[in-house]
Design a protein around this ligand. Structure first.
Ligand code: GLN
Length: 552
């Protein structure tokens, strides 16, 4: 039987940051476990065309899809939960919708008409949403609408969703609203009023939710569920408690236990049943009980918002879970390692701040841009090398590790990237030639999936057990191969390359416990139950480092 594609819409109420993305991913996961072909899409009501030009400190990580889309970080959650690779079409923004409509208007497609939000913008939204299930042969598309109900920006999107409910069969759409039941310390009981108001706001624009996912500290009490059910006009079975759990990968389980799949399948008139999620539980339980514990420092410049590096964080957890090791992460602002004076030895400046890094079992430097804090990262990557601390450098972390090596081992004291100092006499990292004539900053980096060849007899080959891999990229600068021979002579090896050796992708230092730099973003590839190999080997080395420190 061919099922017409169904839509589940996830909206948010009360405030942002309630974990709508996790509710969306978890719901989709459960439906996928039923045997349905499911995917997710994120609507971002901001005017930017995509997330590429947004500051990670205010908006969180820019997630890169295989086809080079620069997306909202929730797309990363969908990929990780569903174990699928999505495309740029899975992130719709107001900017994209308006630019399509304006393009059509210029082409004369609406000749004679006055182009308006309703119906032209809402039609474009509906078209884009309806295209995906057809193109990808899906049974269900779960659509997460960013923002909070009541925001001016998200109104056209909610209006489009309302219209879809009206136009499609009763059993083709399902609305989930994510809200909050706060507890005031002084009173102690779960408050339902914010949820009541938020549902009223949604109803005011014509949407009656079918299910509520209510965030709360501890499980919703029977009395809270009864109250919410009564005031929101939703049966108690459709009020889900989304209480705090220690791992996001436990959320599908708590929703499953409350019967979310049953409620959704019934309304969507699908004769599927979900009576076994043991395969998922096998994975999720590795995130709640650990045999061991290690401490990793993530050194970067966007450390004040953990979401700036969410895929890196998740990739570390995936590796730790597989190896039974809990990963404690300290987010360290690199500016604190910019020692202005003090002990300068052969390995550079190891001021007191840098020595604080010795207590970590491993050091990771993620991607980044621009000069601020970069000298601190260079010092830290040098410290990791000189003190035999496991080091994983990703993209900017790869580039800055090369600078540290050139400065402190090859004695090119002004070695730099032209991103930071255009006039350096030793430009070990340079602008990629293809980038030279680019004027626009949005969507113009070297993006998406590229094939990487690995040298045999290298650590890279050991790690990946293959002579070639494919990984995602997001950069404008690269290693300047004029310095390759010199760095190799001093002991650095370049064991991964792409584009017919035009581009260096991997560095390593033999005789070091683990010193590995990657120009690509391995973190976008990592999945719960299947960590990206460079992360897994970094964690293995960090465990080894902890054990050897204990032995001393
Ligand atoms: N700023 C560097 C470049 O553009 C690194 C980018 C990154 O870390 N994603 O090449």
């Amino acid at each position: 039987m061919v099922i017409p594609p169904k839509f589940i819409f996830v909206t948010g109420g009360v405030m942002s940051g309630l974990g709508k993305g996790i509710v969306t991913s978890s719901t989709a996961k459960l439906l996928q476990l039923c045997g349905l072909k499911v995917s997710c899409i994120k609507i971002d009501p901001y005017l930017n065309y995509d997330a590429g030009t947004m500051n990670p400190l205010t908006h969180g990580e820019v997630f890169v899809t295989e086809d080079g889309g620069e997306c909202d970080m929730d797309v990363g959650n969908y990929e990780r939960f569903l174990d699928v690779n999505l495309t740029i079409d899975h992130n719709i923004t107001t900017g994209r919708i308006y630019s399509n409509v304006i393009k059509s208007e210029r082409e004369g497609k609406y000749l004679g008409q006055c182009v308006q939000i309703i119906p032209h913008i809402t039609d474009e939204i509906k078209n884009q949403l309806r295209e995906i299930p057809v193109k990808e042969n899906l049974d269900i598309l779960v659509v997460e609408c960013g923002g909070t109900v009541g925001d001016i920006e998200s109104l056209p999107f909610l209006e489009a969703l309302r219209q879809m409910k009206l136009e499609d069969e009763y059993s083709d759409t399902f609305f989930i609203h994510v809200t909050l039941a706060p507890v005031l310390d002084t009173v102690g009981d779960q408050k339902t009023k914010p949820t009541q108001h938020s549902v009223q706001e949604l109803r005011r624009i014509g949407i009656q939710p079918d299910l509520l996912a209510v965030r709360c500290k501890t499980q919703l009490t029977k009395d809270t569920i009864r109250k919410i059910s009564l005031f929101a006009n939703i049966s108690p079975e459709s009020v889900m408690s989304c209480h705090d759990v220690s791992s996001i990968y436990s959320v599908p389980e708590i929703l499953y236990e409350q019967g979310i799949a049953k409620v959704i399948l019934k309304k969507l008139n699908l004769s599927f049943v979900l009576d076994d999620i043991s395969n998922w539980k096998k994975i999720s339980k590795t995130y709640v009980s650990y045999k061991d514990h290690i401490k990793i420092a993530i050194i970067g410049k966007y450390v004040n918002l953990k979401d700036s590096y969410v895929s890196v964080y998740q990739a570390l957890l995936h590796a730790g879970a597989k190896l039974g090791t809990e990963i404690e992460i300290d987010w360290v602002d690199s500016e604190k390692f910019e020692v202005k004076s003090g002990d300068v030895n052969d390995y550079g400046s190891f001021g007191n701040n840098l020595n604080s890094l010795y207590s970590y079992d491993g050091i990771l430097v993620p991607g980044g841009f621009g000069g601020r804090g970069s000298e601190g990262i260079i010092n830290a990557s040098n410290y990791a090398r000189a003190n035999n601390i496991p080091y994983l450098g990703i993209c900017f972390g790869f580039q800055l590790a090369i600078i540290a090596f050139a400065r402190y081992v090859c004695k090119l004291s002004d070695a730099n990237t032209t991103e930071i100092n255009e006039k350096t006499t030793n430009p070990v990292i340079v602008y990629m030639p293809e980038q030279k004539h680019i004027k626009n900053l949005g969507g113009t980096m070297r993006l998406g999936l590229h094939e990487i060849d690995l040298s045999s007899d290298s650590n890279a080959f050991e790690i990946y057990k293959s002579s070639s891999i494919e990984r995602r990229h997001r950069h404008r600068y690269e290693f300047n191969q004029n310095f390759k021979e010199l760095l190799e002579k001093h002991g650095m090896r370049f064991t991964g390359s792409s584009d017919n050796k035009k581009r260096i992708e991997i560095l390593e230092i033999p005789n070091h416990i683990f010193y590995f730099g990657i120009q690509y973003h391995g973190e976008f590839h990592s999945r719960p139950g299947n960590p990206e190999p460079s992360f897994e080997h970094f964690i293995r080395a960090s465990i080894k480092n902890k054990i050897s420190k204990k032995d001393i």
